[in-house]
Design a protein around this ligand. Structure first.
Ligand SMILES: [Cu+2]
Length: 161
């Protein structure tokens, strides 16, 4: 399926992703620049980040990966001055708008990872989107593990519920 082919090349430059998106116009969702943050020590969770864009209104409703027991879609928000994250039933991806998953905001959470996330590793991820007519689209991507740093949210980041 086109979505899968496109997913395979998603780690390439955004420009490439956009070209492919127009070449396969019937496929809805484009995923660009997926990456997973490297883990340290015995950390059991890892955050995944990427940009989502869809030709039609849709929503990210689920995700999974062979590298983790569970994968959830999370949101980070300040509640009573404390940065917290919570699982979302779905993350809306409105037509034509780029939805960014990034540190400190929306993210994919890999929970109970089977091995530490090592820099440079390529982690398969499957994203499941569902539109308002309940039509599902599955997108397979490969996310590269990148170092901790950049827009770090501090120590509380991976405390869960
Ligand atoms: Cu999270």
């Amino acid at each position: 399926m086109c979505a899968e082919r496109r997913g395979m090349v998603a780690p390439l430059a955004i420009a490439c992703g956009l070209m492919l998106a127009s070449a396969f116009a019937h496929a809805q969702v484009t995923v660009s620049e997926p990456w997973i943050r490297a883990t340290v020590g015995g950390q059991k969770v890892a955050g995944g980040y990427m940009q989502l864009k869809s030709a039609r209104d849709t929503a990210l409703v689920a995700a999974n990966s062979p590298a983790a027991a569970t994968v959830e879609v999370h949101e980070m928000a300040v509640v009573d001055n404390v940065m917290k994250m919570r699982a979302l039933q779905k993350l809306d991806v409105p037509a034509g708008r780029t939805v960014e998953l990034k540190p400190g905001g929306y993210h994919i959470m890999l929970i109970n990872i089977k091995e530490p996330m090592k820099i440079g590793a390529k982690i398969p991820l499957q994203l499941i989107f569902e539109d308002k007519d309940k039509k599902r689209e599955t997108v397979d991507i490969t996310a590269e593990v990148r170092p901790i740093g950049g827009a770090s949210m501090g120590k509380g980041e991976h405390k869960h519920h």
